[in-house]
Design a protein around this ligand. Structure first.
Ligand code: SF4
Length: 290
């Protein structure tokens, strides 16, 4: 069976189980990146009923925000329900990257991705979701399966690698309280994504045509140092927003009597970017690479 057909079979199986177990259609999670555009196209081709969900990170590039809006307008005109998921603070405000950092008292890091869990992963509670997760994206994702039950307690997560009948029964009888996930394109390579998008005429985020390899949040700590520097040189307003959020974070730390060597938001920013600048020093504009 070819990749497209396998992905469609996975979508159909998850849709069938979602309708039977939850009495609601499958939710296609959509980030505005290339994998989610391919996933969305496959969902349309499969003929299943589905909804689309975008989690607002508030740190995406403007091009990504526009691309998501365009896609949603197209989807809604075709009768597909599209939702933009925002998150609420305990006092009823919106959780955004810029108030999350002061609240967490530390910058997001590769090891402490609180922003992902707060801004991206909380949506579609009690629903069956489809994601564009692929093994080719990172070594960590190699442990992910085509069908999964996610749980906040990692020891209770369940990964099903096969789409066979035994797996299907297991999913239907599973008593674990977790989020059911299907990853239809888990075994697609980068070249498969691009060749398929080209062959099917899928409209992609324009950032790829401008040479960007990834289109996640600006300054994401999971990106390489080089990529993050490039992002901040192209989107300096986001750098300023991070610096202001770090300054508010320091004020909050001081209020709570927490020590630290950082004195300003810029100190935190330089440490966060791992650029070797000591607290109190500054890097002149345009000389970041020296
Ligand atoms: S910055 Fe990175 S880790 Fe944080 S929400 Fe965005 S993608 Fe996730």
């Amino acid at each position: 069976m070819d990749l497209e057909q396998t992905a469609i079979e996975r979508l159909k199986m998850a849709s069938d189980m979602s309708l039977r177990l939850y009495k609601q259609p499958l939710v296609i999670t959509y980030s505005g990146g290339k994998d989610s555009d391919v996933l969305l196209h496959l969902a349309g081709k499969s003929g299943i009923p589905y909804e689309v969900l975008h989690s607002l990170t508030t740190a995406d590039a403007p091009e990504t925000v526009w691309h998501v809006r365009d896609t949603f307008r197209r989807m809604e005109l075709a009768g597909v329900k599209c939702t933009i998921d925002t998150h609420r603070t305990p006092d009823g405000g919106n959780v955004i990257m810029w108030n999350l950092i002061p609240r967490k008292l530390m910058p997001p890091t590769r090891w402490m991705r609180y922003c992902c869990s707060e801004l991206k992963e909380g949506g579609a509670k009690g629903r069956w979701i489809a994601t564009g997760v692929r093994w080719a994206e990172s070594a960590k994702r190699k442990s992910r399966g085509a069908l999964e039950v996610l749980h906040s307690n990692k020891s209770k997560r369940l990964t099903l690698m096969n789409d066979n009948d035994a797996s299907r029964m297991l999913m239907e009888n599973c008593q674990l309280k977790g989020k059911r996930v299907v990853n239809p394109i888990i075994d697609w390579a980068d070249t498969d994504i691009w060749e398929y998008a080209d062959a099917e005429g899928i409209s992609m985020n324009p950032m790829y045509a401008c040479g960007w390899k990834r289109v996640g949040c600006i300054g994401c700590p999971l990106a390489s140092k080089k990529e993050r520097r490039k992002e901040f040189s192209q989107y300096p307003k986001y750098r300023d927003s991070y610096i202001r959020a770090f300054a508010r974070m320091l004020a909050e730390r001081t209020k709570r009597g927490l020590d630290g060597s950082w004195k300003t938001g810029e100190d935190v920013f330089h440490a966060w970017m791992e650029d070797g600048v000591l607290p109190g020093q500054m890097v002149l504009e345009g000389m970041e690479d020296i």
